[in-house]
Design a protein around this ligand. Structure first.
Ligand code: PEP
Ligand code: MN
Length: 341
């Protein structure tokens, strides 16, 4: 039910006008006359009211405010599906009691380093290997990733370790090659509102890790998820990875309040990326622990065997031994909030 609050000056004629308009759209009106003002409750499936139609009510001179109770995102919303979504990937489940950890280098650099890193993070408790083959670099002169060769390295590592692969797609034209090699498709922050790309990944039955845009609101993130889901793919994992603020000490500001907010608004699993959230390896562990305490269903963490030689994001990458120590610390935090890791 949506609510239309009328101005104190609204007359009976105004009320009748609003009610008539609602009835002409197939809704019933519940009129509540207070001492100060009248509030009209809209009864019926108000999710069918478009944003434009809602705005048209707000534009009426007698209307103070229109409150949409049903969110503009529907398939992603908890109103629509109250129980939490658990996404199965191989023998792993994302969104259940177990907190899943995705770890690996920012970019796939070569097969040996990737395999070594995968073995280390797996031994420490990570279930998934991450690594970009198509990298969204700020500079066109920076390392852009190995492309399909990088994807083949990921597939090789999956075969050797059994770890499912998470890798980023940047262009709908790469969908076939990405589908061939990956278990979870990552949509990066810079592409969160690349609607054609969202529609493309929405057309396949492959889980999608959707990262929050650099300056995207939580609602925009959920609308991006809605783009994917509206095409039929409901296997969407939301990812908080830090947003742009005025703060410069950290690369981004990791918005951990987004975790409980998202969990309240949506049934989809929420993963936190503390690496891009802070941009400095020393800050990754405390924020990873805070993310688990805040209710995250998973973590995605950059790990590199030689961060000083990394071709991208070395400054925020953990060495395997630091990652291992973090995984041990996370166990206690997970237990404290009724989860396991
Ligand atoms: C990444 O995961 O390496 C990455 C590029 O992340 P983001 O899109 O969040 O910047
Ligand atoms: Mn990175």
């Amino acid at each position: 039910m949506d609510i239309i609050a009328l101005k104190a000056s609204a007359t009976d004629k105004d009320i009748r006008h609003v009610v008539k308009r609602l009835e002409s759209m197939g809704f019933k009106a519940n009129i509540s006359k207070g001492t100060e003002r009248t509030v009209i409750g809209v009864i019926g499936d108000t999710s069918k009211i478009t944003e434009e139609e809602g705005n048209a009510f707000e534009a009426m001179p007698c209307v103070e405010k229109v409150l949409r109770i049903i969110q503009p995102f529907k398939l992603a919303s908890r109103n629509f599906k109250p129980e939490a979504t658990v996404i199965k990937v191989g023998k792993h489940a994302i969104g259940g009691k177990k907190i899943q950890v995705i770890a690996g280098p920012c970019a796939v650099e070569n097969r040996e380093i990737l395999l070594k890193t995968a073995k280390e993070v797996k031994a420490a408790g990570a279930a998934f290997i991450r690594g970009g083959a198509f990298k969204p670099r700020t500079s066109p002169y920076a390392f852009q990733g190995l492309g399909e060769e990088g994807l083949a390295h990921l597939a090789y590592v999956r075969e050797k370790t059994g770890m499912p692969v998470v890798t980023e797609i940047m262009d709908p034209r790469d969908i076939d090659v990405i589908l061939k090699y990956t278990d979870i498709i990552q949509i990066g922050a810079r592409n969160m509102q690349n609607f054609r790309l969202l529609q493309e990944v929405g057309s396949y039955d492959k889980p999608v890790l959707l990262k929050r845009g650099l300056s995207a609101t939580i609602k925009e993130l959920l609308m991006a998820a809605e783009y994917i889901m509206s095409r039929g793919n409901h296997k969407v994992i939301l990812c908080e990875r830090g947003i742009r603020t005025f703060e410069t000490e950290t690369r981004n500001t990791l918005d951990l309040s987004a975790v409980p907010v998202l969990k309240g608004l949506s049934h989809l699993p929420v993963v936190v990326d503390p690496s891009h959230g802070v941009g400095k390896w020393r800050l990754v562990a405390p924020m990873a622990k805070a993310a688990v305490a805040a209710g995250a269903d998973g973590l995605i963490i950059e790990v590199h065997v030689r961060p000083d030689e990394a071709l991208s994001d070395g400054e925020q990458s953990l060495k395997p031994e630091k990652f291992k120590a973090l995984m041990t610390e996370l166990k206690a935090v997970a237990k404290a909030v009724g989860r396991e890791i």
